[in-house]
Design a protein around this ligand. Structure first.
Ligand SMILES: [Ca+2]
Ligand SMILES: [Ca+2]
Ligand SMILES: [Ca+2]
Length: 279
């Protein structure tokens, strides 16, 4: 028995173990010949302002969600239809990868929409959670919340994008290395029923739920009515849905690239202003 430090851990992962010496598989071989190849497992969205009890309750309702990373908008395995998201302060996107030391920069992720052609990415945080989930997560933070928009996520794969020691992942999920990752979902603050518009009935619906709380007892509490993820349905949520009443998702198809965007006739969401200004 000897004390071995495998050199394949890519700097972040550090694992020590007692085992008999064996030829250590290089990271290159591990990436190139792994079956299935390393890929994206899940994509989550959340708000940095979300209260932890809100996230805990959200995750408790479905094992597909995360008390750490938020609401799932993409799963690699299995059908996962997502209704229009009703929250007003979504500004974090977390991608969960296979158990590899994945690297990425802030500008590797592009978040585009019809209302806002290019959401600024202001930060990136990489975590190798091998001790807990056995997976690597990368969280990109946006400079403004997603809102009233048909969102398209895109990140490039390879040495100048998302990579594992310079090698590509299987971004498009076709079973071979390479291919960028793209995914679409919609966000409309106040769209409690996910029908892609905000009706006066939804204002009434939220008003009926005033003062319901997620903690300590989430009696009749609904995460889709807590529009700022505060853990409490109150006047701020009511203000969000009131300001967005009669708003709807932009009708145009999603842009192929951010440059093809046309903003004519599309009103930007005032909801972020509401949240920033309300007390
Ligand atoms: Ca591929
Ligand atoms: Ca609706
Ligand atoms: Ca709230």
């Amino acid at each position: 028995m000897q004390f071995v430090n495998p050199p394949m851990t890519g700097g972040r992962r550090r694992r020590t173990s007692f085992r008999t010496p064996a030829p250590v598989e290089a990271l290159e071989a591990r990436v190139l010949f792994s079956q299935p190849p390393p890929t994206v497992f899940n994509v989550f969205v959340a708000g940095t302002a979300w209260a932890q009890p809100f996230k805990d309750y959200m995750a408790s309702q479905s094992p597909r969600r995360s008390a750490e990373f938020g609401f799932t908008v993409f799963r690699r395995h299995g059908e996962y239809p997502v209704r229009t998201l009703p929250w007003a302060n979504l500004n974090e996107i977390t991608v969960e990868f296979s158990d590899y030391p994945v690297s990425a920069d802030a500008d590797d992720l592009t978040v585009s929409g019809l209302t806002v052609p290019d959401y600024p990415v202001t930060g990136v945080r990489i975590r190798n959670n091998t001790a807990t989930t056995g997976r690597t997560t990368i969280t990109w933070t946006l400079g403004r919340p997603l809102g009233n928009d048909r969102i398209r996520l895109h990140f490039k794969v390879g040495p100048d994008g998302v990579n594992i020691g310079g090698y590509p992942i299987d971004g498009d999920g076709d079973g071979t290395l390479g291919g960028d990752f793209t995914h679409r979902f919609d966000v409309l603050a106040g769209d409690v029923d996910g029908g892609s518009d905000v009706s006066p009935a939804e204002f009434v619906f939220i008003r009926r739920q005033l003062f319901r709380v997620v903690s300590p007892l989430p009696y009749l509490y609904d995460i889709r009515s807590d529009l700022d993820g505060s853990g409490r349905i109150d006047s701020r949520d009511l203000l969000v849905v009131r300001r967005n009443t009669y708003a709807h998702l932009p009708y145009d198809p999603p842009p192929a690239t951010a440059n093809l965007f046309s903003a004519s006739g599309i009103r930007e969401s005032p909801v972020s202003d509401v949240l920033a200004g309300a007390s």
